[in-house]
Design a protein around this ligand. Sequence first.
Ligand code: 13P
Ligand code: SF4
Length: 341
Amino acid sequence: MSTTHLEDPSLEYTPEVASATAHIYERISDMVPELEWRLQAPLIHEILRLKQEVGAVILAHNYQVPQIFFGIADFQGDSLGLAQAAMEVDEDTIVFCGVHFMAETAKILNPEKRVLIPDLEAGCSLSESITAADVRLLKERYPGVPVVTYVNTPAAIKAESDICCTSANARAVVESLDVDRVIFLPDEYLARNVQRETDVEVIAWKGRCIVHEQFTVAELRSYRDQFPGLLILAHPECAPEVCNEADFVGSTTAMINYVDESDAPRILLVTECSMSDNVQEAHPDKELVRPCTLCPHMKKITLENTLAALRRGRYEVDVPEDVRVRAHRALTRMLEIGRDD
Ligand code: 13P
Ligand code: SF4
């Protein structure tokens, strides 16, 4: 913990802070040791106070740590759910505890609002896997073939696209176009997983998620051997053969909903591991088997930099208006389709 933190009197663990945050600690005490909590509770308390003062709302992705997910977020969800939530908030400032493309999506949909991301380095390997020039070349190579773009991309890529999709609606988006083939960017595995579900020909790019590409069939089988009756849920950014080995494949929110409905005593979520912590909290009766695979980008967001975002109004996300307008069109077409999971 930084000295500044310890020297800041508004960040002391006083009896008032302890009592105001006790209900949060009750939820996450299994995951956060008391010593750690004494440093984190004042940050949470101050964020909650400042959020009111500034008139801000905090949106947090399902991969955020429990202290952020349960402690400070007003809305939690997957990429689609958070994009939908961003359009419904009344506050003038949105603080995005997620990665840059998600904050940028919120800005594209709400140009009049101030959108802050606590760390500009919170990127995504899929977002970095393609450039707008690559998309233009693909369009030249496949003239007239519509471009479907996963939201895990920068605004400039969305602006070159006909329509966006998320893991919650990829197949429905592809089929909504009523064509024989589509260019599907940039996640190769998501494209191949969609291909398994549709007769539309899917032309893929070569992007990969650095978290989900790590899972293997052998690893899943070894978990099944170790934990009898194990229910396996996978994210569609995993390789198709890994998805094939799972009992269910869906977006992060679809996985959470599936667990909510399931009677299985042991569950493996083949995705980023903070989500297992958050699901475990909601289901103390279940055993969440946790191969810990962290997304280094999601983990750039902390209580400390979220507080700094609110105090200093940083880092503001902006999109040039000509790009925003074209990206907005692709996102709106997707939002009209909504969820399909
Ligand atoms: P979801 O939209 O399913 O939450 O996925 C976003 C993501 O980045 C997964 O790695
Ligand atoms: Fe990107 Fe993968 Fe991290 Fe999701 S988990 S933000 S797809 S790098």
